[in-house]
Design a binder for this molecule. Structure first.
Ligand SMILES: [Zn+2]
Length: 266
């Protein structure tokens, strides 16, 4: 016999797609049960109780009947807790939020709690509402770094105790660690990237600091790039490139959408 259980949890709306003529299929990242999908029947009918109560980037209180068999779950109630209207005020914020939600949709595990990922996505969406252009791409790099760690797939930047700490070192992308003669590679010709020490340093800073602290430090930094644009920390461009290669290798993602959103924001 199939059991159902009534669950109540906070949930960030990741994706809304049409399903039959009047219904929606909505995917959420929940605080307590990971990724969850709920059909909302008749969502587009004028008298639907759900009209205006969810959209991509909202945090809602969700009440649903969890089916033990997994799959999709029947929704009972949905009450918005944070609309994040600021995301709709600028195309930049909207694009960035859509990217962060889509990345989460593609990588979060179904029905498996990931509190660190839930927190990171919520913080990211909050910040994107008011961020300046260069802060938007910085926010997405912070999010990608924290998403990788929350998924347990982040790069291992631990230096080898026996190798000299040169400013630039070869990183083995598929193995997720620095290439090192003391730990021979399993593959004959590993894909390596030359990483300047600024890149791991910035990645580790993003894991160590909350997003608000990173953005405050960025505001206070007078650094500019060669073209006179704000570049608050060293290694931003390199980390952006590194994460692009790393994400597409380890998460099996197409590079196109990420390149599009980051180019638009630049
Ligand atoms: Zn070594």
């Amino acid at each position: 016999m199939r059991e159902t259980l009534l669950l109540k949890t906070h949930a960030i709306c990741l994706n809304v797609r049409p399903f039959s003529k009047t219904s929606h299929m909505v995917t959420w990242l929940t605080a307590d049960h990971g990724r969850v999908t709920t059909p909302i029947k008749g969502a587009q009918r004028p008298k639907s109780a759900f009209i205006g109560r969810y959209d991509v980037g909202y945090t809602c209180e969700l009440v649903y009947y969890a089916r033990e068999s997994g799959g999709v779950h029947h929704i009972r109630e949905c009450s918005p807790l944070a609309f994040r209207e600021g995301l709709r005020a600028t195309w930049r914020g909207a694009e960035a939020a859509a990217y962060a939600c889509d990345l989460t949709l593609r990588t979060a595990q179904p029905n498996l709690a990931n509190p660190a990922l839930f927190q990171a996505l919520g913080d990211t969406l909050d910040a994107l509402q008011t961020s300046a252009p260069h802060e938007t791409s910085l926010t997405l790099l912070w999010f990608e770094s924290n998403l990788l760690r929350a998924l347990g797939l982040g790069p291992d930047f631990t230096p080898c105790a026996h190798c000299p700490l040169t400013p630039t070192r070869a990183f083995s992308v598929e193995e997720g660690r620095f290439f090192c003669g003391h730990r021979p590679s399993r593959s004959a010709r590993p894909l390596t990237l030359a990483l300047h020490a600024d890149i791991p340093a910035l990645y580790l800073r993003f894991l160590a600091q909350p997003l608000t602290a990173v953005l405050d430090a960025a505001k206070a930094s007078p650094r500019l790039d060669d073209l006179g644009r704000p570049e608050p920390f060293p290694g931003i461009f390199g980390l952006r490139r590194f994460l692009g290669v790393f994400l597409s290798t380890h998460l099996d993602l197409l590079p196109g959408p990420r390149r599009t959103v980051l180019d638009l924001l630049a």
